[in-house]
Each structure stands twice: as structure tokens, then as C-alpha cells.
Design a protein around this ligand. Structure first.
Ligand SMILES: NC(=O)c1ccc[n+]([C@@H]2O[C@H](COP(=O)([O-])OP(=O)(O)OC[C@H]3O[C@@H](n4cnc5c(N)ncnc54)[C@H](OP(=O)(O)O)[C@@H]3O)[C@@H](O)[C@H]2O)c1
Length: 196
């Protein structure tokens, strides 16, 4: 819970060293699990997602919720315990999808926001912080708009080459304040930046 006048919007993204969020096939196949590795769960009570990533998110977490013993697409492995924990948490947590066009969603407690004003209004509502789950266009445009308070990156030890860059659509320079660095298993690095 923030003591500030608004809830923080916290973006979390898993990226390669060259800043890619996925390879040319449309998935980050170097990510072994899509669990909450950012420590968000205790801090947030809402999730915000872009319309581009929502269909894949719905498919991935619905499969884990319904058949937790079966391998899932993207990772090709059975879900980890931490992924099952996230699926349970996410099913109880309001999700907001930023889209001008989408009208229906199957994930529980999911509704739509149509623009930046509605996101600013969400931040003014009472509650815990809000997790900005992605994708690239949404994260970069909301940082540009000054709506994101914190960026948590997990950097994987590879150059992905071709693929979607997190900041391909970014319009303006912005300085961050480094708040925490942590080395994770598998050569990954967790970086937490405050955005002033
Ligand atoms: N590596 C990671 O950690 C990670 C995390 C999450 C997602 N991903 C990947 O990210 C990919 C999707 O990213 P993406 O960049 O293609 O799409 P995206 O950011 O998920 O969604 C883009 C859509 O969001 C809406 N939108 C975004 N900014 C807006 C704004 N300022 N105002 C109004 N609407 C806005 C628009 O929807 P409408 O066109 O409907 O209006 C736009 O088409 C997925 O393939 C997913 O796998 C990776």
C-alpha cells in the first residue's frame, strides 16, 4: 500500500540484454517460467494489460488453472509451483485490459479501460498498487505518459537478435533512479527503477 496520494503503477518485464521482450516467433522462449519473479503479489491488488498481450495471457493462465499438470505453450513444460500460485492469485485479482476495440474476456474479474484518463482514474482509487503486466507498446506508452511509477526488469543473459523491443515505440528520453539490483539464478539480473 502506498502512503502517497495515489496507488503506484509498477511495470514488470522480462527482457534480453538487447532489450527484447520476445523473439521473432512472438514468444520469449528463453523464459523458463512466467511466475511473479518481481515480488509483486504482496503489493498489488489489480493488474493492467495491453490488448495486444491479453489473448495470450488468457490462454496461458487459463490452461494452468484448468490443467495444472499439463505442459503449457511458450515454456513447453508443466507449470512451476510459483506459476500455479500466480494463476490462483490472478484469478482473484481484478484485471484491466487497455484496448479501444476489445469487448469480451474470459479471465475472471476482467474489464476494459479505453484510454489513459481511465488509468489515471484507477490510480486515484483507494487500494494497493497496480501491476502493469505488459506488453511492450503499453508499457512504453504509459511510461511516456508519465503514468508508470516503477519499472522492474529481469534481464536474461542473452542477445535475442530479431524480435520485439520493449522501448521501440518510446518517444522521449527519461531518466530513472536505480533502487535495487539483485543477481538471480541462471545468470539473470533483477533491476528495480523508480520513475520520477
Ligand atoms: N517479456 C515479458 O516480460 C512480456 C510481458 C508481457 C507481455 N509480453 C509480450 O508482449 C507482447 C504484446 O506486446 P505489444 O506491444 O504487441 O502489445 P500490448 O502492449 O500488449 O498491447 C498493445 C495494445 O494496447 C492498446 N494500447 C496500448 N497503448 C495504448 C494507449 N496509450 N492508448 C490506448 N490504447 C493503448 C492498444 O489496443 P487496441 O488496438 O485494442 O486499441 C494496442 O494495440 C505479447 O506477445 C507478449 O508475449 C512480454
Amino acid at each position: 500500500m502506498t502512503t502517497d496520494k495515489h496507488r503506484k503503477l509498477i511495470a514488470g518485464m522480462k527482457i534480453s540484454v538487447d532489450g527484447k521482450i520476445e523473439g521473432p516467433e512472438g514468444a520469449a522462449d528463453w523464459v523458463q517460467a512466467w511466475s511473479d519473479d518481481y515480488g509483486m503479489m504482496s503489493q498489488v491488488d489489480a493488474c493492467l494489460l495491453g490488448g495486444g498481450m491479453y489473448p495470450g495471457y488468457e490462454r496461458y493462465w487459463t490452461a494452468i488453472q484448468n490443467e495444472p499438470d499439463k505442459p503449457v505453450w511458450i515454456t513447453g513444460a508443466a507449470p512451476t509451483r510459483a506459476e500455479i500460485k500466480w494463476a490462483r492469485f490472478a484469478a482473484q485479482t481484478p484485471h484491466y485490459v487497455l484496448s479501444s476495440a476489445m469487448t469480451s474476456a474470459l479471465w475472471p474479474r476482467t474489464s476494459f479501460v479505453r484510454g489513459l484518463e481511465e488509468i489515471a482514474a484507477l490510480k486515484r482509487q483507494p487500494g494497493k498498487d497496480i501491476y502493469l503486466v505488459g506488453g511492450a507498446q503499453t508499457t512504453s506508452s504509459l511510461i511516456d505518459a508519465g503514468l508508470v511509477d516503477e519499472l522492474r526488469l529481469i534481464v536474461y543473459p542473452l542477445i535475442a537478435g530479431e524480435g520485439k523491443a520493449l522501448f521501440a515505440a518510446t518517444e522521449r528520453r527519461r531518466g530513472f533512479e536505480l533502487q535495487k539490483v539483485q543477481q538471480l539464478q541462471g545468470g539473470r539480473v533483477s533491476l528495480i527503477y523508480g520513475i520520477g
